[in-house]
Design a protein around this ligand. Structure first.
Ligand code: FES
Ligand SMILES: [Fe+2]
Length: 395
């Protein structure tokens, strides 16, 4: 049985039973897990050593396009050079460290605002004022520091530590093929939230993107509305948590069937006659280590990037929407879908910040992750395997 057929079979089973795939027991997450600085340092290490998307390919589509973006307190400059190759640099001048580029646009040269050293879109130092005063300088040694980067799935991924080898497909494992099937290479990305400070630990934010239990409560006017029909996505409390879950190394995926019991006989019939699997009937949501959300949403994908802030009580969240340039007939435009995605996160933020304070200052000992929140449990388990945190407990 192919894994796709298995997903369909499992989806049909939970729809028929009206019961999600459940975790073996409820999980207790000690509040220290959200507060401990030593653990935060180990998590930051993952952020510094694993590939993460910095920009979308479509954001620097043309030669000499560039975009500056913050991550892990660092200013990063993404460019596309004259040959069409994407680069990611630490946006720090080799003179005395100022930031040569800012914002986004198209430029052959980035001239440092402090004393005018100029760099090209390959990161090479190409000019400086009063160059005759420093004739002995070897420009070839004074380019911007380049980070390992790779363009894949319509995104430019980078590792924030220079010198490390990057292999996005190897990092993604089985998820690589699943993302290939999304056709992201030809999609356009629109950033809805640039780099939103959130007053909550990043793991608190991650918890909120791997369950749909909150959607009918928090997102009544956004994610709970089907963009195609404008009808409700989740109508009753029994349907909210119907999902199946898989782990792929440090990554996880949850799938939400978007068909009802009445569709099952026809689907069974189609499967028994060797019919093709229709992904339109099952929404997929990936959480890719460490903190990248990719989720099917109507005719495209929501993409979220969460990362730790300066303290365990803060984080940053960037969010956007990616889809084909022209929407199917009758659907909202790409910009409208991006706006909707941003609005949905603005609905999440106050709730997340409440959780953030609860996890930072509550004295209730542990957060409780129910059996029907298997995505949240898997997130904590996959992360703890990587950081060595051994305090998760089960009822
Ligand atoms: S710091 Fe950039 S030119 Fe001086
Ligand atoms: Fe949400």
């Amino acid at each position: 049985m192919s894994s796709n057929t298995a997903v369909l079979d499992r989806s049909i089973a939970i729809v028929e039973d009206q019961l999600p795939e459940l975790a073996g027991s409820a999980m207790h997450v000690p509040l220290d897990y959200y507060r401990d600085d030593a653990l935060a340092a180990r998590e930051a290490e993952l952020y510094m050593t694993q590939p993460r998307p910095v920009v979308a390919s479509s954001e620097i589509a043309e030669p000499h396009d560039f975009l500056v973006r913050m991550s892990m307190k660092r200013s990063l400059l993404a460019t596309r050079d004259a040959d069409g190759k994407a680069h990611v640099f630490l946006n720090y001048c080799r003179h005395r460290g100022a930031e040569p580029a800012s914002g986004c646009g198209n430029a052959r040269r980035h001239s440092c605002p402090y004393h005018g050293w100029s760099y090209d879109s390959k990161g090479d130092l190409v000019a400086m004022p009063l160059a005759d005063r420093n004739k002995e300088l070897d420009y070839a040694q004074l380019g911007l520091v380049e980070l390992p980067s790779e363009e894949r799935h319509g995104l430019v991924w980078a590792i924030l530590t220079p010198g490390l080898k990057i292999n996005v497909a190897a990092h993604l494992g089985e998820v690589d093929e699943q993302l290939t099937a999304q056709g992201m290479d030809s999609m356009r990305y629109i950033n809805s939230l640039p780099f939103e400070p959130i007053g909550a630990n990043w793991k608190c934010v991650a918890e909120g993107v791997v369950e749909s239990l909150h959607v009918p409560f928090v997102h009544r006017a956004t994610f709970n509305v089907d963009p195609g029909t404008q009808g409700d996505r989740f109508t009753g409390s029994t349907a909210i948590d119907l999902a199946i879950y898989d782990r792929f190394g440090p990554h996880l995926r949850y799938c939400l069937p978007v068909f009802g019991k009445d569709a099952v006989p026809e689907m069974r019939d189609r499967i028994s006659h060797g019919g093709a699997f229709d992904w339109q009937q099952v929404v997929q949501v990936w959480l890719i280590s460490p903190g990248v959300l990719i989720a099917n949403d109507s005719y495209g994908l929501d993409i979220g990037f969460m990362e730790p802030g300066e303290t365990t009580e803060t984080s940053f969240f960037r969010y956007g929407w990616m889809g084909p340039a022209s929407p199917p007939e009758g659907f909202p435009t790409l910009a409208e879908m991006a706006q909707r995605a941003g609005d949905a996160v603005r609905e999440d933020s106050p709730v997340w910040e409440g959780c953030g304070r609860g996890l930072a200052f509550g004295q209730h000992g542990f957060a409780l992750i129910g059996r029907n929140e298997k995505g949240v449990q898997l997130f904590h388990e996959t992360l703890c395997e990587q950081t060595g945190f051994d305090g998760l407990e089960y009822e």
